[in-house]
Design a protein around this ligand. Structure first.
Ligand code: CA
Length: 101
């Protein structure tokens, strides 16, 4: 996927990318509460055979407002960052886990 395919802002992700975000979030949100706590995030990684310390630390980077839970907006922003941000510490193991397990 190329950078141009994710749109110009996290709020305007194209439908296929929104569908990806929705699918990843649904897997993380085990209890269907609309929020993903750290325990759910770790459970998701474990279920996808991704359990490195770095992967668990990604939760804090994904939690944009630092409230201790992830919402769909956090995942939209993270996916947008994944495809557009040049920084090497861009959280990505959580997203790779979706495709590899
Ligand atoms: Ca939840």
């Amino acid at each position: 996927m190329e950078r141009t395919m994710v749109g110009k802002t996290p709020e305007t992700l194209p439908d296929p990318v929104q569908n990806l975000a929705c699918a990843v979030f649904a897997l993380m949100d085990a209890d269907g509460s609309g929020k993903v706590g750290k325990a759910e995030f770790e459970q998701y990684l474990k279920a996808r055979n991704t359990s490195s310390a770095g992967a668990v630390e990604e939760f804090a980077k994904l939690d944009c407002d630092g409230d201790g839970t992830l919402v769909r907006d956090d995942i939209d922003k993270a996916i947008f960052r994944f495809f557009t941000a040049p920084e090497p510490d861009c959280p990505q193991q959580w997203l790779r886990a979706f495709f590899t397990a």
